[in-house]
Design a protein around this ligand. Structure first.
Ligand code: 3PG
Ligand code: MG
Length: 349
């Protein structure tokens, strides 16, 4: 794999550095609900400050803001508060959500110039966004001397191992709700795995019309709810006996047991996406069972994706997993063998 040049090789003393981090964290009630991605950004920021950078300006997107009202919902303020608790330094600046600028997602050169202006160096540490060719991840890398941050490099190293010779069985577990983002990459990635387990909202789509060319394991039962509500009436149902209009909000106990047994026997594991709406405790058991099986397996295990990472963190199991990736879509595209635009834009190391 082509590796971009490391921030460790950059002359940063006295320089003004623009850092693109992926601080796209889950929020709840305007608070950071999981700070994994913020903590993961610290080593690069600290390295730059320790090596005497004159100023470090961090930018990131947060959510997918669309309306005016979203400007409040997706303000970086709570993220900045948490970051400053972890790293207080007068030279540190946090810019507002890059996606408040319409040019960002169009990889607009004009917005890239705005970001680059007044800076001497650019460091991309946003592995989770490296699959996006946006102004702050791609265009700006051509306007300043560009380097890869420590997190970005660590991610390429750990995920890259899944692309080489792996110990088998290699089990892939996929779930979550960003279905369209994932199906195309699953098609390519799943072919490398011995077993592919699918839960979450994704399972419903795959069951209706399996767009994948290989066989997958789908839930045999679900925790069905009358409505998409935390306290909705719910019951365990076989997948072919879900009452009309009810929704499967978690995999059921039989599925959790079957998936768990497969996962515990694995020697290599990649898991992306929760099995259900695990933020609501009544629909968390399936995700918990999978997380516990991943942690218990004697395997090289990689967990990717904001929500599955949060599940592993909340269950206190992150220490029992080989690598907790900060990238969801980015890790999938990397494992598909695609070039990540955010990585490709940085000169080789
Ligand atoms: C993620 O959480 O997957 C990354 O931060 C990228 O976000 P996006 O899917 O909205 O581009
Ligand atoms: Mg994503």
């Amino acid at each position: 794999m082509r590796l971009p040049r490391s921030v460790e090789t950059a002359e940063v003393g006295g320089k003004r550095v623009l850092v693109r981090a992926d601080l796209n964290v889950p929020l709840a009630c305007r608070q950071v609900a999981d700070d994994t991605r913020i903590r993961a950004a610290i080593p690069t920021l600290r390295l730059l400050l320790d090596r005497g950078a004159a100023r470090v300006s961090v930018c990131s997107h947060l959510g997918r803001p669309k309306t005016e009202a979203d400007r409040e919902t997706y303000s970086m303020a709570p993220v900045e508060r948490r970051l400053r608790e972890l790293l207080s330094d007068d030279r540190l600046q946090v810019l507002e959500n890059t996606r408040f600028q319409p040019g960002e997602t169009k990889n607009d050169e004009g917005y890239a110039h705005e970001l680059a202006d007044g800076n001497d160096l650019y460091v991309n540490d946003a592995f989770g966004s490296a699959h996006r060719a946006h102004s702050s991840t791609e265009a700006v890398a051509h306007l300043l001397p560009a380097y890869a941050g420590l997190l970005l490099l660590a991610e390429l190293d750990h995920l890259g191992r899944l692309l080489g010779e792996v110990k088998r069985p290699f089990v892939l577990i996929a779930g979550g709700a960003k279905v369209d983002d994932k199906l195309a990459v699953l098609e390519h990635l799943g072919g490398r795995a011995d077993r592919v387990l699918i839960g979450g909202k994704m399972a419903e789509q795959v069951r209706e019309h399996n767009p994948l060319s290989y066989p997958v394991e789908l839930p045999v039962d679900v925790v069905a709810a009358r409505a998409f509500e935390e306290n909705a009436e719910s019951r365990v149902a076989s997948v072919d006996a879900v009452p009309d209009g009810w929704l499967g909000l978690d995999i059921g106990p039989a599925t959790a047991a079957a998936f768990g047994a497969i996962v515990r026997e694995a020697r290599t594991i990649f898991w992306n996406g929760p099995m259900g709406v695990f933020e609501w405790s009544r629909f968390a058991a399936g995700t918990r069972a999978v997380a516990e099986a991943v942690a218990a397996a004697d395997a090289y295990s990689v967990v990717g994706g904001g929500d599955s990472v949060r599940a592993v963190q909340e269950l206190g199991l992150a220490g029992s997993v080989s690598w907790v990736s900060t990238g969801g879509g980015a890790s999938l595209e990397l494992l598909e063998g695609r070039d990540l635009p955010g990585v490709a834009a940085i000169p080789e190391g």
